[in-house]
Design a protein around this ligand. Structure first.
Ligand code: FDM
Length: 211
């Protein structure tokens, strides 16, 4: 069969409020899985390297004014433009560790007051994750962690609202990990969840959001 791998990769998403430690944990997880000889890649959304990603990036830096619906659809389109590459990678046996996905998409937009069903609709048909690790931290605790940066959404009141919407979205693929435990302990829990997911996804076909 040449290069082709019979076993599909897992789609593993890390979610959580700003400053919950997602990005660090994503890269640690990728190193861990690579160390085990697995085929794995690190992804993130927004992917700022595309034209759409550039528009998002400028919006987040407060460099452009766009209405909430438009921004929502840009974030969503940024996932759609990566969908077929994502599917190919997964089918070829590569596990993807993704820093934010549609849950951020819906939670952040709904926190601005957009209707949650309206927000979910264009995400329909994107690939459903095999595992969502939610790194739980209170907005207050997150804001104490060295403070937020300067991007548009990094404010306590807004993060509280995002947290509320994350709660609503939790489903059976979610595993909640306490982001306030020591980082090594968080890391270990995520490793176990990821290995379990990589094993068990092999018997499951790829499926679509939101079913
Ligand atoms: N964000 C991220 C959204 O509002 N919608 C989305 O679909 C995604 C993926 O963009 F504040 C928000 C979340 C965050 C900001 O994300 C940039 P990073 O992880 O800080 O780059």
């Amino acid at each position: 069969k040449g290069e082709h791998n019979d076993k599909r990769g897992a789609l593993i998403v890390l979610e959580g409020l700003d400053r919950c430690g997602k990005t660090t944990q994503c890269s640690r997880l990728v190193s861990f899985l690579e160390g085990r000889g697995l085929s794995v890649e690190s992804w993130r959304f927004p992917d700022r390297n595309t034209d759409i990603g550039g528009m998002i990036s400028s919006y987040l830096a407060n460099g452009s004014k766009l209405d909430d619906q438009t921004v929502h659809l840009l974030f969503c389109a940024n996932r759609w433009e990566k969908r077929s590459l994502m599917e190919n990678k997964l089918r070829n046996g590569t596990t993807l560790i993704v820093d934010r996905y549609s849950y951020s998409g819906v939670s952040f937009s709904a926190a601005k007051g957009l209707d949650i069903q309206w927000c979910k609709a264009p995400e329909n048909g994107l690939i459903a994750p095999d595992l969502v690790v939610f790194l739980e931290i209170s907005p207050e605790e997150a804001s104490r962690r060295g403070g937020y940066g300067t991007e548009r959404y990094e404010q306590l009141e807004f993060q509280r609202n995002v947290a509320k919407h994350y709660q609503i979205l939790q489903d059976s693929t979610w595993k909640v990990v306490d982001a306030c435990l020591p980082p090594e302990s968080v890391e270990k829990q995520i490793q176990e969840l990821a290995l379990e997911s990589i094993q068990s996804c092999q018997n499951k076909p790829l499926s679509a959001l939101w079913h």
